[in-house]
Design a protein around this ligand. Structure first.
Ligand SMILES: C[S@@+](CC[C@H](N)C(=O)[O-])C[C@H]1O[C@@H](n2cnc3c(N)ncnc32)[C@H](O)[C@@H]1O
Length: 176
């Protein structure tokens, strides 16, 4: 399932319904770890990989890792292929993917990050915090139903996984 929210409190409440004790969670946009703590407590037997590229994150996340032993912080840009590669090498599978690059952050970038990471990690569940995507969902109408049961888009699963995704060449110098 793919859940889309905007309000930070709804986001944190939703995490409680989604995360199970053994889950491996990839959190994109952890900032100073306020939700990472919640995730860590919800998955005491699991693993959390939290990523952010903000200079503000490092000190707080390093302190947080002293207490929350199942959290690993990585300072990196989630738009880069090497960041995804780094995470894929660290974990065997991903149960939950969280994408919060900022509630008001560019929906196009947020969607692309969601699409590439979820197509690669194939999580059971994804949660995205973004106002523009939520607005888009409620502002569209359609007569066709194409729907996914997991945290990634099954209809695009054949062409969405890097390096087959041609657009990925714009993001990474590693794919020619
Ligand atoms: C609203 S904050 C996240 C709040 C956090 N999820 C929480 O619940 O407390 C958004 C974060 O996304 C990070 N971010 C935005 N674009 C990013 C990118 N391309 N790579 C890594 N982090 C990014 C920002 O640095 C910022 O810390």
């Amino acid at each position: 399932m793919i859940k889309v929210v905007y309000d930070i409190n709804i986001y944190r409440e939703a995490l409680k319904n989604i995360i199970k004790p053994d889950d491996t969670v990839v959190e994109l946009g952890c900032h100073v770890g306020n939700s990472t703590k919640i995730i860590s407590e919800l998955a005491p037997h699991g693993k959390i990989i939290a990523i952010d590229n903000s200079p503000e994150s490092t000190e707080s996340m390093e302190k947080l890792m002293d207490t929350y032993k199942n959290v690993e912080f990585h300072k990196a840009d989630v738009r880069l292929h090497e960041t995804l590669e780094y995470v894929i090498k660290k974990i065997k599978s991903c149960d939950v993917l969280s994408v919060d690059l900022g509630g008001g952050y560019h929906p196009d970038t947020t969607f692309k990050v969601f699409f590439i990471w979820s197509s690669s990690l194939k999580p059971r569940q994804t949660i995205i915090r973004n106002r523009g995507i939520l607005d888009f969902i409620h502002s569209t109408s359609t007569v066709e139903t194409i729907k996914s049961e997991y945290g990634w888009l099954e209809s695009s699963s054949r062409d969405g996984v890097p390096p087959r995704l041609k657009e990925f060449t714009l993001w990474s110098s590693k794919i020619k």
